[in-house]
Design a protein around this ligand. Structure first.
Ligand code: URP
Ligand code: ZN
Ligand code: ZN
Ligand code: ZN
Length: 510
């Protein structure tokens, strides 16, 4: 519910310190419980010019400083969403949230940074980067980019190098599904993994077997199943498990770390658990829809209600959600994304006669922080510190921007939220900030509300009001060779030395 003038200029009735509260360069967040990923304490947080300057009890300031009373509340790093699709051209249309509306929604929900997937233009990586740089011009908060790789050739390989060395990208996503559009072959995946490894960039996979999905879809159509339930039936968990296992084994073969996006099933989670057990570096990202919803909605008789739950991999049968929660609380899965990829009712209706044409994707960028709090912390499954780890800090570590992001400590960017554990949230399409007319969390209520969001030292959300400015968001470059790469050369050396004997035997016999 942002008006056009709000879209162009932002708006400033947030009561956040009078004239130009948004411009207030000095803020004191007073008396709250400051929570980091591994520690919490009651302290004040003092911010100057977008940076956290001091964190300790009883900080004294002059009258010019904007003071936010956080007594009895949690003061935490703003959420970082590792997985979004804003203004993405997909399945014959474009996601309804762009870098303005999607980010405004994020800020209203306590997320202060996201990493979006650049989609190459007809496979062209550089063109994709240019296009997304334009798309992101109206940004109202900080953001970074992953790059998708949708074909393989020498140019793509060279462009990947440019992306890492000059453009601040340190992760590349390979789709093993979406046959005929984004999907790549195992051959391309292997070349891509080798290139990623040489650049110190993280390989990410969308893990579903796209060939089998196409076959499953044909099966449903032949049976006359054309509604949204056909989407889930055509791509069962076994296809997610297969692709996850395959990607993990290929990453093992290449000896490079792997990040599995949107882990939606027990099957995929088990493959990640097994890999971790054997010492392989695999990061599993559940998304909030997979952690908190089940597929019963897909059987709703009202098409639009059912279609809004269509995403890939599908939201699974009841039971998968709880096991994914367990995996998150025990560390098998490490950080939570959204896969925010929103289409409105009109767009979802493209598939009214054929589920294969329903644009895939659900909302979540505004809801993630509240739903994770509700499902994981309120239920007692994770601690408040773990909440910060899975919603913010771990993402910053994996993508090598910690502690600029993901921490409340001197020197970090002032991306801060104040969460009141005793206030309540309620989610409705009529009050959310996404441009979509529907919400997959419609009617969900719970305790724990983000009351204040500070984005790089600007109070952007307070008293239920947004105060954002188009163009104020910054691109955050991410450096290669994050912690996941530490020591992998030792395993390479071990492998090479294991080949010495067979090579010598070969030479001797030649
Ligand atoms: O359904 C989904 N997930 N849409 C977004 C594209 C992707 O696969 O991440
Ligand atoms: Zn203001
Ligand atoms: Zn995906
Ligand atoms: Zn996605």
């Amino acid at each position: 519910h942002l008006s056009q003038s709000q879209q162009l200029h932002g708006f400033c009735d947030a009561g956040c310190g009078g004239v130009g509260g948004d411009a207030s360069s000095r803020i004191l967040v007073k008396g709250g419980t400051v929570v980091n990923a591994y520690h919490k304490e009651i302290a004040d947080v003092y911010v100057e010019d977008g940076i956290i300057v001091d964190v300790r009890p009883n900080i004294m300031v002059d009258d010019e400083v904007t003071v936010i009373d956080a007594t009895g509340k949690y003061v935490m790093p703003g959420g970082i969403d590792p997985h979004t699709h804003l203004a993405m051209d997909f399945m014959g249309t474009q996601t309804i949230d762009n870098f303005f509306s999607g980010q405004a929604a994020a800020l209203a929900g306590g997320t202060t940074m996201h990493i979006d997937f650049v989609i190459p233009v007809n496979g062209n990586v550089s063109a994709g980067y240019e296009l997304y740089t334009k798309k992101a011009e109206k940004s109202v908060m900080d953001y970074g980019f992953h790059m998708a790789i949708t074909k393989w050739d020498e140019q793509v390989s060279e462009d990947m190098e440019v992306m890492v060395k000059e453009k601040g990208i340190n992760s590349f996503k390979f789709f093993l599904a979406y046959k005929g559009s984004l999907m790549v072959s195992d051959e391309s995946l292997i070349y891509g993994m080798e290139k990623c490894k040489s650049l110190g960039a993280l390989t990410m996979v969308h893990a579903e077997n796209g060939d089998a999905v196409a076959e499953g879809q044909k099966r449903m159509i032949d049976l006359g199943i054309t509604g949204p339930e056909g989407h889930a039936l055509s791509r069962p968990p076994v296809l997610e498990g297969e692709a996850t296992a395959r990607a993990i084994r290929l990453a093992n073969f290449v000896n490079t770390p792997l990040y599995v996006v949107h882990v939606m099933s027990i099957d995929a989670m088990h493959e990640i658990a097994k890999a971790k057990e054997s010492g392989q570096r695999v990061i599993g990202e559940p998304v909030i829809s997979g952690l908190s919803l089940d597929d019963s909605w897909l059987w709703e008789s009202d098409f639009i209600t059912a279609a809004k739950y269509v995403m890939s991999p599908p939201i699974r049968a009841s039971g998968h959600d709880k096991v994914l929660q367990n995996a998150l609380s025990s560390g098998i899965l490490q950080l939570v994304g959204t896969d925010h990829c929103t289409f409105n009712s009109t767009q979802k209706a493209f598939g009214i006669n054929d589920f294969r044409k329903i644009p895939n994707g659900v909302n979540g960028i505004e809801e993630r922080m509240h739903v994770v709090w509700n499902v994981m912390v309120e239920s007692g499954q994770i601690s408040v510190t773990d909440y910060v780890r899975v919603t913010s800090t771990e993402c910053a570590r994996v993508f090598n921007i910690y502690p600029q992001k993901g921490a409340i400590q001197p020197g970090s960017d002032a991306d801060i939220i104040v969460l009141n554990p005793n206030a309540s949230f309620e989610i409705n399409a009529s009050t959310h900030h996404s441009r979509s007319d529907t919400n997959v969390y419609e009617g969900r209520k719970g305790k724990g509300k983000v009351e204040v969001t500070i984005s790089r030292g600007r109070i952007v959300w307070k008293n239920g009001k947004l105060n954002v400015e188009a163009g104020s968001g910054r691109y955050i470059p991410m450096r290669p060779f994050g912690y996941l790469f530490d020591g992998i050369e030792k395993k390479d050396a071990e492998y090479l030395s294991s080949l010495r004997a067979p090579v010598q035997r070969f030479k001797a016999s030649a």
